[in-house]
Design a protein around this ligand. Sequence first.
Ligand code: S3P
Length: 442
Amino acid sequence: MPSIVSSPVDRLAGACRVPGDKSISHRALILGALAVGETRISGLLEGDDVMRTAAAVRAYGATVARTGADGWRVLGRGVGGLAEPGDVLDLGNSGTGVRLLMGLAAGHPFTSVFTGDASLRRRPMARVTQPLTAMGARVVGHSGDRLPLALTGSADLVPLVYRTPVPSAQVKSAILLAALQAPGETTVIEAQPTRDHTERLLRQFGATVATVATSDGQAVTLVGQPELSPSAVVVPGDPSSAAFVAVAAAITPGSDVLIQGIGVNPRRAALFDVLTAMGAHLTLTPVAGHAHGEPIADLRIRGGELEGVDVPPERAPDMIDEYPVLAVAAAFAAGTTRMHGVAELRVKESDRLGTMARGLAACGVVVEEGRDSLTVHGRGRPQGGARIDADLDHRIAMSFLVMGLRARAPVAVAGADTIATSFPGFVDLMNRLGAGMSDAPA
Ligand code: S3P
C-alpha cells in the first residue's frame, strides 16, 4: 500500500490552481450525456472518481473524449435516449458518481448494475433508492441497500414530492435527474439547503427549475421531459481541494499562498468563513465572469495563530467535506473547537468522525468523539509522529499530510494513493509551495 510521509516545514509560499470541482465535473458529464448534441467541458477534474463517471456514461452510449490539455467533449443521446450498459458499472470510490447515475438510470427502461470499491460497498444507498422506487424504479441490492445493486428503470416514471430525510445534494440530484423522465413537476424539499450545482447546470442546459423558500424548507421543482440543449461548461477549481492548501498555509506561520480560480458557491464555501472566525488571514477576491452562474474567486491565505471556535449544525451542509481538515486546523488552534451536528460524516468514504478522532489521538491531540459531534482541544503544536491508515478516504489522507507539515514530528499516511480520486497532483502541488512530502517505505 503506497505511503507518503509529510515532514515539518517552516513556511509555504507561492501561487497555484487546484483541479476542477468534483461535484460539477460529475454533473457536467451526466448532463452532457442527456443533452442532444455536443457539450464541451473545460477544467474537468481528471481524478479517478470523475473518470469512472465518464466510463459509465460511455457505457450508456454517450461519446466522451478528451480534446486537448484542458478540454473534454460529450456527445449526448438525449433524455431517455441512453442504451443499456453491456457490463457492471464500477464507480470505484465515488458516492456522488453512483448516486447520480442511479437517478439517470431510473428513467431508462433497462437494468443497470452498480458496484464500487470496499469503501463504496459499505455506504448506504437507501436514501437514493427509496425515492427512485417511489417514482417507479425497481432495485435489488446486497444486504438490502448496499452495492452491488441492480436498478431497473422505467420510461414511465411518476413525478414526486419528496422531503429529504438527510441534507444531501446527492439525493436531491438523483431525484432531479430521474425527474427529467417523469411527466409534470417533481419537487424536492430540503429542510437545510444543500449544494445547488445540479439546479444551476440543469438551467444552463435548458430545463425549467424553480427554487422557492417554504415553511418546510427550500423546495426545488423541475418540469419533467425537457429537451436538454448541449452547453459549454467551465469547471472552476474545487473549493474542497483548495481547503487542504488553505489550512496548510493557515497553520504554518509566515506562509503566503494564493489559490487562483476556485468556486465559492455559498453552499460550498463555509470553511473559509469558519477559518476567518478562527483568526486566519484569508482574502477572497472575486474573479470576473462567472462560470455558468457559479461564483469564482482567488483565495489568498497567510499563516498565523488560530483560535478554537464552535461550529453550529446549520453550517454542516455548506462545508460537509471540510470537517476532516478543519479538525486539523483545530488541533493547531489555541483552545477548543466543537463541531456539532455532523453525524453524516459517519457515512462518507470512511466513518470520518472515527477516523479523524483516532488519527488525531495518534498524533497526540486531545479529542472527543460524540455520536454526532467532534471536539478538538488545541494545546500548542501537536506531536505528530504517527502512521495513519487512510481507510480508502482521500480527505483523511490529505488531512493528515497537512498535519505532518506543521506537527513536531513527521506524519506518514498509508494508502495515500486514494488521493487520486479527487486531487491528482496533490503531493507535487504541495511540494512546489514548500511542503516536504515524499514516498515512505511501505
Ligand atoms: C456531493 C454531495 C455531498 C458531498 C460529496 C459530493 C455532491 O454528499 O459530501 O462529496 O456532489 O452532490 P451528500 O449528498 O451525501 O451530502
